[in-house]
Structure formats: C-alpha cells, structure tokens
Design a binder for this molecule. Structure first.
Ligand code: SF4
Length: 487
C-alpha cells in the first residue's frame, strides 16, 4: 500500500461557485509534464498550467523531481493563486508534472487536488489524471477488501494503488497491468525521481500531445496551446493505448493496448478545448467554424444579423455568417474581467450573473431580427436570460441556433454534463425548449452534420452525450451520482 509523500500544506481552501454559468458542461482537468535535463522546470510547468486553466479552476498542483526526490505543492484555487514566486523557487528539478482540476469524480476539496504523490516499494511516484474511470467503485472495493487505505475520494487514487500493487515489476509493466484493470477515460502523467511517463487510454477519450523543446527535452500536455506557451514544438498526439517514457536515455514509446475503435471526445472541439489547440489532427477553431458553416447549410433562416454568444459561439457564428452571407456582428459584449467575482455570491448577485457577464449592444441590435449562435444547450437557464436581454433592448426576432445536436445523455468519461434529469433536451421537444427559452425559433445541428465536418475520420469520436452510444460500459444503472459514490 503506498504512503502519501510529504505534501506541502495547501493554502486555505477557496470554494469556487460555477453557478454563474449553469448552462455549460463543466470542463474536466488539464495536465502538463516536462522533462528538460539541466533546467529548472517548475516555472515552465506553471506557465503550461496557466495555458490549461480553462480545463479546471478548482485546484492546481505541481510535482517536481531532481533525479531522486519528488517535491509537491498543490492547493485550491487558480494557478496564479496557488503558486507564488517563492513557492516555485522551492520546487527544484528538471522534470515535473502539473495538474489543474475541476472535480468530475470526488468533491472539490484539498485532499482531492492533484498531482497525487506517494511512496511505494520502488520509491516516490506522482500522478496527474484527466478523465473518469468507469469501473472505479468495483476496483476500489476490491482494493479496500485487501487492505488498501484511501486518502482522497478520487478515481485517480485507485490508479495509484493499482500501480503500487503491481510495483514489484518495472513501472511500465505495473502501468500496463493497471491499464488492463481500469476502464474508461484516462490521460495520465506519472513522475518518479528520474522518469516521466505519459499514458493515454485505448479509446483516446481525453486529449494528450507530445512536444519537443528547442534547447532539448520534451513536454506532454492536454492541449497543444500549452506546448506553444512554453515554446515547444508539437511532435504528435500521444496515441490511444500508448505509454511514452522519458528519461535520461531519451524517449521510448510502446502501444500496449490496441483500441477496438477510437472515441475522442467530440465536445473538446465543440466547447472545451482552446480554439488555438490542435487535437488529434484537427484545429479546434477551424472545426468550430466548419460546424457553423454546416449549420447554415442545414437551416436557411432569414435574419438581419448573425450574433454569437461570446466566446463559446463566436467561431461557429463566423462560419454561419460566411456560409449564409448574413452579416456577423458582435451584439453581445462579454466582460472579460469577471474572473472570480462569483465566488460565493449572494442569491441577488447570482441572479445578476448573466447580466454582469454579457451585455447586449443596443445600437447594433435595436429593431433587428437576429440569429444567435451558441455551441451547445444544456440546462437552458442562461440562454433564457440572454434572449430576455435581447428582447429588452428591442430585438424583433431571436432565432437561436446551436452548433451541436441536443445533449440528451450524461457523460461518464470526464465531463460534467449534469444529471440526465437536468438536461433540457432529454425531457422536452424542440418546440417546448424554444418556448422555455422564449426564442422565435430553435435549431440544432444534426448529428450527421456534426460528424461530417471530420470527413473520413468521422467514426473516431465519442458522441454518447448526443446519441447514448457509450463506447465503454457505464456504471451500473447509469447513476450519475456515482460521481460522489466514493465519499
Ligand atoms: S459523452 Fe460527450 S462529453 Fe463525454 S466523452 Fe463522449 S462526447 Fe465527450
């Protein structure tokens, strides 16, 4: 059984309230790793995590190794809040892994922050995980029955325990045995005193890519935007089922589990990933634009203007405007400095949340009929408020178009899409949703149209939240509350 390593105490926990944006699925986690001989890499990891902050804002952590020892600092909050210059200076070494987290399994609390760092039979081991293990309850029960004790309530700790169990073999062999046991979505970074491992599940649910530093050394990250930020050149995506080991002898790769099929999360392109990232061969911004063009081909809606819900609908709205010939306008302005205004808001403030975040431009909108484009619709509460704001400033007609199909199922692979009962499209017809939101028309992109954007690669994606075709078996009964079943 692994023992927890020396953990630098986290700063006082801050509770982040995401309710100011209840209409969006919540992002999962971001991971970043670097191996750069002869260099101090804590600051580079900090900047890498900064680039991935959109993937998780609840906690952040960095584990650094110097060839022998792994040192860790993590805490609740944004990257810039968890790490000061002094903290980073105390993290010395030439290899590191980092993590930003939004809780998809396990509550938002300091013990669940990552990386997890443990001592086991072969030394120190750190882990950063993005994804969700679908058979975690069964594995945890099995491990607990044979003496394992758990510090956190995350599925990631189950992975660490399994690797420790199989630890009498080499680390790679232990990881392979663990990969055979665990099901679901996982992109992993592991660090020992002198080695970095990158691992991607055999379906490739969550993204993970490999880059090279100009002065020598390698970087691995959830998204290529993090490689760009630290000046690394993207070499390729980590392949589904692959383990990459980086140590003093260089880089070695092995594909250990052959996928039956690929199942990259299509929502990464629709909403989660940064537009400047390239994931599994597709630039996110270009995909979003193509989704907007396809939406315009599917619906010939007449209107004076195309406006996006910024920023999530901007690229699709541009694509729609290009294809339809209807002028694009920024009819809603986003307050980019909203930051953490809504941490622990009062009820009154929560009600004002949408208005504080978005403001309609009366001069652009008054008397116009508009096509408003967003990427997805989950619960509809924000959309209803936005439509109300547009009407208040004199918009004649609001046609609401979505650059994805209706979200009707929960995600079990690392995205919080809410419980099925909270998904508007799971219980209401398009006409009913349209009335709920108060729009004059509501139009979703078709599933075929969405996949068509990827051409010959259209079979490489998970689309389970749109069509219920789960590539990997989901927890018995499909109980979304399994998220907290470990607590
Ligand atoms: S169910 Fe939806 S959100 Fe989850 S991995 Fe599949 S496509 Fe992504």
């Amino acid at each position: 059984m692994p023992e927890p390593a020396n953990i630098v105490p986290a700063p006082k926990a801050a509770r982040i309230d995401h309710r100011y944006h209840p209409d969006k699925p919540r992002e999962e986690c971001g991971i970043f790793g670097v191996y750069a001989p002869g260099r101090e890499v804590a600051a580079m990891t900090y900047y890498g995590l900064y680039a991935l902050q959109h993937r998780g804002q609840e906690s952040a952590g960095i584990a650094v190794a110097d060839g022998r020892q792994v040192t860790l600092h993590k805490g609740m909050g944004l990257v810039a809040e968890v790490f000061s210059r002094e903290r980073l200076q105390n993290l010395t070494g030439h290899l590191a892994i980092g993590h930003v987290r939004y809780s998809t399994t396990g509550a938002s609390q300091p013990l669940n922050a990552q990386p997890l760092v443990f001592r086991y039979a072969r030394g120190m081991l750190g882990l950063a995980h993005n994804g969700n293990i679908t058979n975690v309850a069964e594995l945890r029960q099995r491990l607990a029955a044979t003496g394992s004790v758990f510090q956190s309530t995350t599925d990631s700790e189950v992975i660490v325990n399994l690797i420790a169990r199989y630890g009498s073999s080499s680390l790679e062999e232990a990881v392979i045995k663990c990969m055979i046991d665990i099901k679901g979505a996982y992109s992993l970074l592991l660090i020992t005193g002198d080695r970095l491992l990158a691992v991607r599940d055999p379906y490739g649910f969550r993204p993970l890519c490999l880059g090279e530093l100009p002065q020598g050394g390698y970087v691995v990250a959830s998204e290529s935007c993090a490689l760009d930020t630290v000046g690394a050149r993207k070499l390729r995506d980590v392949q589904p089922g692959e383990i990459i080991t980086i140590d003093q002898s260089g880089l070695s790769c092995q594909t250990v589990l052959s996928p039956r099929r690929r199942a990259h999360c299509i929502f990464e392109y629709i909403y989660f990933a940064r537009p400047d990232s390239e994931i599994d061969g597709f630039n996110v911004n270009q995909v979003r634009r193509a989704l907007g063009r396809q939406l315009a081909r599917e619906y010939r809606v007449q209107a004076d203007l195309v406006i996006p819900v910024p920023d999530s609908g901007t690229a699709a709205a541009r694509g729609f405007a290009e294809e339809s010939g209807i002028p694009f306008e920024e009819g809603l302005m986003k307050n980019r400095y909203i930051g953490r205004t809504f941490i622990q808001p009062t009820q009154d403030l929560r009600d004002l949340a949408v208005r504080l975040k978005l403001n309609p431009v009366r001069e652009v909108l008054q008397g116009k009929s508009v096509i408003m484009i967003d990427d997805s619709l989950v619960r509809g509460t924000t959309s209803r408020k936005i439509v109300g704001m547009l009407r208040d400033c004199g918009v004649r007609e609001v046609h609401f178009l979505l650059s994805s199909p209706p979200v009707v199922k929960s995600c079990y692979y690392g995205i919080d899409t809410s419980d099925e009962s909270e998904l508007l499209a799971a219980s209401q017809t398009v006409e009913e949703i349209c009335r709920t939101i108060g729009a004059d028309g509501l139009y979703y992109l078709s599933l075929e149209g969405m996949l068509g954007v990827f051409g010959e690669y259209k079979h490489n994606f998970c689309t389970a939240c749109f069509d219920g075709n789960y590539p990997v078996e989901i927890p018995a009964g499909g109980d979304k509350k399994a998220k907290y079943s470990l607590e």
